[in-house]
Ligand binder design. Structure first.
Ligand SMILES: C[S@@+](CC[C@H](N)C(=O)[O-])C[C@H]1O[C@@H](n2cnc3c(N)ncnc32)[C@H](O)[C@@H]1O
Length: 223
């Protein structure tokens, strides 16, 4: 990652939206720093990203994977329900290439459709999952459970728009709904096998990982 690359991202108005705490004034990626850092620290070989307005998260994570230098890939699932931005596969490839990325594979499908696909059946283990699709409690649960069996033991799972209810008109006035991902986070907080941390910056993100993965190797069997 370089300052020029950050400037190129933040020069795109649409990549500064959607609640990740981005700021052009001080060339600040906001929560993007966290996404990038986690992917650099964990060095996942495969990341899955569900839903994105203009690709801020896949772009930042794709860059982290590229900077890790291991040839890791990112699977991006988005049916383009908000508008037609992700409907042309060549334009999508060029968009990611304009940020120096050729490691992102886009599937124009809902998660419900993706789990029926050959791509899902042959999916590599997932070291990081970023959930930012339809923000209902039910869909967040579906997105999480769809990949739960595919996660590596030490996987990081992140849920965006996860800390409070918020009315969203992103699917038009007829499709207006209230985000309820935070209710799914409350369900996960009841699970003794998981550890959660909220980051309340802007629209917020919650980091979820297994308690076992947080323990030092010598303690893992004991607990
Ligand atoms: C625009 S992004 C993130 C939106 C933003 N954070 C908000 O306020 O809602 C949401 C994306 O999720 C995608 N999406 C909606 N339903 C989905 C589903 N069932 N599976 C996968 N992606 C979905 C949409 O196509 C859209 O591009």
């Amino acid at each position: 990652m370089s300052l020029d690359w950050i400037a190129a991202i933040l020069a795109e108005k649409d990549l500064c939206r959607m609640g990740h705490g981005q700021r052009t004034e001080d060339q600040n990626l906001g929560l993007g720093w966290l996404y990038y850092a986690l992917a650099r620290i964990a060095r996942p070989e495969h990341v899955v990203c569900i839903g994105s307005w203009r690709g801020f998260v896949p772009i930042v994570l794709g860059r982290a994977l590229r900077d890790n230098g291991q040839g890791a890939k990112l699977t991006f699932i988005d049916p383009s329900l908000a508008d037609d931005f992700w409907t042309d596969s060549q334009r999508t490839r060029q968009w990611f290439a304009s940020f120096g990325l050729d490691n992102i594979e886009h599937h124009q499908l809902t998660t419900q459709q993706f789990v029926q696909s050959q791509a899902y059946r042959s999916l590599a283990p997932v070291g990081m999952l970023f959930v930012d699709g339809y923000h209902s409690q039910e869909q967040a649960r579906f997105d999480h459970e769809a990949f739960a069996e595919r996660l590596t033991d030490d996987a990081f799972v992140l849920f965006h728009d996860s800390i409070r209810p918020k009315s969203s008109g992103i699917y038009g006035e007829k499709g207006r709904y209230t985000h309820s991902v935070h209710l799914y986070m409350d369900e996960l907080r009841e699970r003794p096998d998981l550890q959660l941390m909220d980051f309340a910056t802007d629209s917020g993100v919650t980091l979820v990982r297994s308690v076992q993965s947080a323990l030092s190797p010598s303690l893992r069997e004991v607990r």
